[in-house]
Design a protein around this ligand. Structure first.
Ligand code: AMP
Ligand code: FES
Ligand code: ZN
Length: 308
């Protein structure tokens, strides 16, 4: 006989949540998922209910689940979806279509930044530069800058991204192993604005495991991309994930524990090595810790190629 849900005690069990020792039906799983998003937003005081919140939606399952969940948990919240079309052949347009479908379902405003149209560059252009083996990293730098600009333009006080438990715990773990303390601290659930008039950055899915974001999308019929980025090798990420998963097999609560301990030590790290005050980039005027910001350094490589 099929087991019945541990919460409602009527429907059949569909989802096992080993770290919480729960067996849930699909409806109770969705309630459980949404309750955790709400609790995370409140725990870290991510935004007040009257805020205007921008959500960076890539077309992937995590940020799709995030936008959908925020709409469900906070029906009156002013939400704006922000999407960057990176100009990756066979991939970026597919992602944008999924995002457009999602905002249509949710009736949420969408702002799209098309890298090629607005800046005249594509991520693939970096294949011709010293970043040819680091396309994902250069892509990350460019996205982070554009999010900031899109947030200001959309007049949102808060920018939410879909980073999940594994993303954050995994990268924190890696930064810990290499002693990159400042980068570890950058993964905090809430980052204050870089300067006045800019948005704070929040990660409401920091406690949500990747597979639960996927399940939420499947149960709620949420459109998300079906193909992977052709540039993403993610070998380092895969290795790290494998290590975390191997330990999690023996201790299902491991990833949550790791995250909790990191969250405890981050304030201590910040006291040990306080951040130097940010200056302004000499080229674009954006807040930066170096004379020329990482975005200008990278995009100037492409502009130089064009001129050559
Ligand atoms: P990633 O760095 O690809 O793991 O993505 C982390 C988060 O950044 C996602 O969950 C999204 O919130 C956001 N993001 C990544 N790529 C895009 C994109 N092209 N457009 C909008 N948001 C994005
Ligand atoms: Fe940035 Fe693939 S999405 S390199
Ligand atoms: Zn700059």
């Amino acid at each position: 006989m099929p087991l019945t849900c541990g919460k409602c005690r009527s429907a059949n069990v569909e989802v096992q949540i080993p770290y919480a020792r729960m067996s849930l039906c699909s409806k109770c799983f969705v309630d459980f998922y949404l309750a955790r998003v709400k609790k995370t937003v409140e725990e870290f005081k991510m935004f007040p209910e009257n805020a205007r919140v921008g959500v960076a939606v890539s077309g992937g399952k995590d940020s799709a689940a995030l936008l959908h969940a925020l709409r469900r948990v906070y029906p009156d919240l002013k939400l704006v979806a922000l999407h960057i079309n990176l100009g990756i052949p066979g991939y970026s347009d597919h992602c944008q279509v999924k995002v457009e479908k999602l905002v249509d379902i949710l009736n949420v405003e969408l702002n799209v930044f098309n890298l090629q149209e607005e800046l005249g560059i594509k991520i693939g252009d970096f294949k011709k530069t010293s970043f040819k083996n680091k396309l994902c990293s250069v892509c990350g730098t460019i996205k982070r800058r554009i999010f900031e600009e899109m947030a200001v333009k959309a007049k949102v006080q808060v920018l939410a991204t879909g980073h999940n438990l594994e993303d954050v715990a995994g990268v924190m773990f890696n930064n810990f192993l290499y002693g990159r303390w400042d980068q570890l601290a950058r993964l905090k659930p809430v980052l204050p604005p870089l300067a006045e008039g800019m948005a704070s950055k929040v990660k409401p899915l920091i406690r949500s495991p990747e597979n639960e974001n996927l399940l939420y999308c499947l149960y709620e019929d949420i459109p998300f991309r079906e193909i992977d980025c052709p540039f993403s090798k993610r070998t380092g990420v895969r290795k790290r994930t494998e290590i975390l998963e191997a330990i999690a097999k023996h201790n299902p609560y491991f990833k949550h524990q790791l995250l909790n301990r990191f969250l405890e030590i981050i304030p201590l790290l910040e006291n040990v090595s306080p951040k130097p005050p940010l200056g302004r980039c000499k080229v674009c005027g954006f807040p930066s810790s170096s004379e020329i910001c990482a975005f200008c350094k990278r995009t100037s490589l492409i502009k130089r190629l064009d001129k050559a």
